[in-house]
Design a protein around this ligand. Structure first.
Ligand code: SF4
Length: 477
């Protein structure tokens, strides 16, 4: 198969915008690749994935096949990465799979938390981004613009229901509206996210307060990881969490259930760390920035609502990335000596494709990587070991310590510049951005920049303009 034939082929649909499709020439090779295994023991073979991506997906979700680089929420187009195509398949089938997952309570959780205890108790834990994806996958046949407008309308409902002061990335609108059938709202009260308090308070008085129970998993703040009382207290909160899920399922979650789940999720975390370290070690980036980020997100084991399916993707990805690094693969669209950027801050990232067009590449993010890269000790009492790990997430530590860890990631990823992005209304991250970035700069010497981003699409060009200027500056270092 030559490189040209592997490229995504562009097609026009009448006078509509251009869409892309996966080229028929890669089918034979693709269908020889691994099955996706699921938590319920079922599997999907690569032929079925191919049929979905080429026949079902384009009809159901034309917006995801839109070929514009202006659109950051789109499918991976690197057809030489079978795991990335399977990741697309899992993303597109989220609504269908969740609808079939009867008997597993849906729990709404929020940023930067391990989902091991939720799955140990038989629930499915979904973060805001996944909740939003689920809601979006319920709407079929939309163009990119229609999809964006519908999402924007939903966000406005949430502003009205919660507060104009919020960042509004959290997805509470789907819980309030009942468009995603959550059974429980149960986030950790970690410091990173001010939306947790706005959203949970709104839920306490909201239209679904009687149908969807609220439980706060109380996270003791400020350098509590070495304090015995804090570990005991948080472990008890985790036990309370599984007891509350048990009340929904009618079963009893044991310590063995949690220990097994921790082992499973550790497999994902270890694979994500190995993949990241291989990726960073390569002279030329082995994938583009979008595929790197999507892949490491899979290491959080939550994004597809099925940790076993996530493991399938990670195993295949590890082999693929190892081969690419060994063979010195050059990724299409990435310039030689591209400016390597490390992105700090929650829930926002520049458009990867457009950053690459400008001569940069995003090589790392601190948000979420902080919990993915924290391995839980598998010996000892599982609730306490999980509590110790969660309380030690670098992103939740005091500024000097978070900066030390971030500098270590910047060095490992060989980033030449640091961008701290935060959304308007993200109160914790906006408050600490300056102090953190100053500390990072003092310790690493790399150029840094802070950008505030508006929620959703209104400032896309403004954001990218500044990112591109920063790419130019880092390139000249
Ligand atoms: S942008 Fe900030 S406040 Fe909003 S969901 Fe993300 S972490 Fe929370």
């Amino acid at each position: 198969m030559n490189e040209i034939s592997k490229r995504v082929q562009r097609i026009s649909v009448g006078d509509k915008p251009q869409y892309y499709r996966y080229p028929d020439e890669i089918r034979e090779e693709f269908i020889q690749t691994d099955d996706i295994e699921f938590r319920d023991g079922s599997r999907v073979i690569a032929t079925e994935v191919w049929d979905y991506l080429t026949r079902v997906g384009p009809v159901k979700f034309p917006n995801l096949y839109d070929d514009s680089n202006l659109y950051s929420r789109r499918l991976s187009r690197d057809v030489t990465l079978p795991f990335a195509l399977k990741n697309n398949y899992l993303a597109m089938t989220l609504h269908d799979r969740m609808t079939k997952a009867k008997g597993h309570p849906i729990v709404f959780v929020q940023g930067g938390q391990s989902v091991d205890p939720y799955y140990a108790a038989g629930a499915i834990a979904l973060r805001p981004a996944t909740t939003g994806s689920w809601a979006r996958r319920q709407r079929e046949g939309l163009t990119r613009n229609q999809d964006e407008l519908e999402s924007e309308a939903e966000k406005q409902k949430a502003y009205n229901a919660i507060s104009f002061e919020i960042c509004n990335s959290a997805g509470y609108e789907h819980i309030q509206e009942g468009s995603v059938p959550a059974d429980l709202v149960a986030p950790y009260t970690a410091l990173r996210c001010s939306d947790v308090s706005y959203g949970t308070e709104a839920h306490r008085h909201g239209p679904r307060k009687d149908d969807v129970k609220l439980l706060l998993v109380d996270y003791p703040l400020d350098h509590q990881r070495d304090k015995e009382w804090a570990i005991t207290y948080f472990a008890e909160n985790l036990r309370r969490l599984t007891r509350n899920i048990d009340a929904l399922t009618g079963r009893t979650t044991t310590e063995d259930d949690l220990a097994r789940e921790i082992k499973l999720h550790n497999q994902g975390r270890r694979l994500a760390i190995e993949i990241a370290e291989m990726w960073w070690s390569a002279i030329d980036p082995p994938t583009n920035g979008q595929d790197r980020r999507a892949l490491l997100g899979v290491g959080g084991m939550e994004g597809h609502g099925d940790p076993v399916a996530s493991l399938s993707i990670l195993r295949e990805a590890r082999r693929s990335i190892e081969k690419r690094v060994r063979e010195g693969h050059k990724t299409k669209g990435i310039r030689d000596n591209a400016a390597r950027l490390f992105v700090c801050g929650s829930c926002v990232s520049p458009n990867s494709a457009r950053t690459e067009e400008a001569g940069g590449i995003i090589v790392g993010n601190d948000n979420h990587w902080s919990d993915i890269s924290t391995i839980v000790n598998e010996s000892g009492e599982p609730y306490c070991e999980l509590a110790k790990a969660v309380l030690s997430y670098p992103y939740e530590q005091p500024i000097a310590e978070r900066a030390r860890w971030t500098v270590e990631q910047i060095r490992k990823s060989r980033a030449g510049g640091v961008l701290f992005l935060y959304k308007w209304g993200c109160n914790t991250q906006s408050a600490i951005a300056r102090a953190l970035v100053d500390e990072i700069k003092a310790q690493s010497g790399v150029p840094t920049m802070i950008i505030e981003d508006d929620m959703w699409r209104t400032q896309t060009e403004q954001l990218q303009n500044r990112v591109n200027a920063f790419v130019e500056m880092v390139s000249e270092q």
